[in-house]
Ligand binder design. Structure first.
Ligand code: CTP
Ligand code: MG
Length: 243
């Protein structure tokens, strides 16, 4: 038996979804290619997975027409684990599905290109939890009080905050199980905004791995300067990508 990497008894491949259009960013381009401290958001994201020992292959899902751009970026930033660049679909769920089909590893990590502050340590923690418990997702306790609305501007109720988590990526699964959940959702017309949801609807368990607030998703314009502040702080604290 080959010696396995610490704490991880499976091999892991990552699907990095970068096929969105970044509407809420309002930059008139895919936010995955916007500069963050002078390097594209996607480059930061890929570097974290490249540096994570648990991960052996990386598949990028690029917007149709941006495949060559994504591949060139991966080459420029020395991403040796890249095995494929696949065209994404209309919804995030379609993009993940397309990427999963190109993975070979037993374990599948799904990650948003738009979360460039993820660290190799967090990725590994997600893999360890999923290897032990079947599936896992990084998440943070919500800070705000969350209201359920009636969809017409009125509050209906207030879920107990201590039970609420804001889920992030990566999320980690057995590849075959996630693929099956995607195929079922497609057959049944079920839409999901993350991958854990596809297992939840089948009654499967997904473990929560507590993450940190710095693993933010670049979504609206103010997120970029916040991400730059967090990167600067990380450097100052000497944590680099080990935090
Ligand atoms: N994504 C994707 N394919 C889609 C939609 C989204 O691969 N059809 C990816 C995005 O590139 C992003 C991640 O899913 O890395 C999270 O989605 P989101 O933050 O919503 O990004 P966008 O869809 O690009 O942004 P917006 O919703 O503001 O248009
Ligand atoms: Mg979107």
């Amino acid at each position: 038996m080959p010696r396995r990497k610490e704490g991880v008894d499976m091999d892991w491949g990552a699907v990095i979804v970068a096929a969105g259009s970044g509407k809420r960013m309002g930059a008139g381009m895919n936010k995955a290619y916007l500069p963050l401290e002078g390097r594209p958001v996607l480059a930061h994201t890929l570097e974290a997975f490249e540096a994570c020992e648990a991960v052996s292959e990386i598949v990028i899902v690029a917007a149709a027409g941006e495949e060559a751009k994504a591949e060139a970026l991966a080459r420029e930033f020395g991403i040796r684990k890249l095995t494929a660049v696949i065209a994404g679909g209309a919804e995030r769920q379609d993009s993940v599905y397309a990427g999963l089909a190109a993975l070979r590893a037993e374990g599948a990590l799904v990650h948003d290109a738009a979360r460039p502050l993820v660290t190799p340590a967090r990725i590994a923690a997600c893999c360890v939890a999923a290897a032990a418990q079947g599936a896992a997702a990084l998440a943070v306790p919500v800070k705000d009080t969350i209201k359920l609305s009636d969809g017409a501007g009125m509050i209906v109720s207030t879920p107990e905050r201590s039970l609420l988590w804001a889920v992030q990526t990566p999320q980690a699964f057995r590849r075959a199980e996630l693929m099956d959940a995607h195929e079922r959702a497609r057959r049944e017309g079920a839409a999901a905004t993350d991958d854990a949801m596809l297992l939840e609807r089948l009654g499967r368990k997904v473990a929560i791995v507590e993450s940190d607030y710095a693993n933010l998703k670049i979504t609206t314009p103010e997120d970029l300067p916040i991400a730059e502040l967090l990167l600067a702080r990380r450097r100052r604290d000497g944590l680099e990508r080990n935090g």
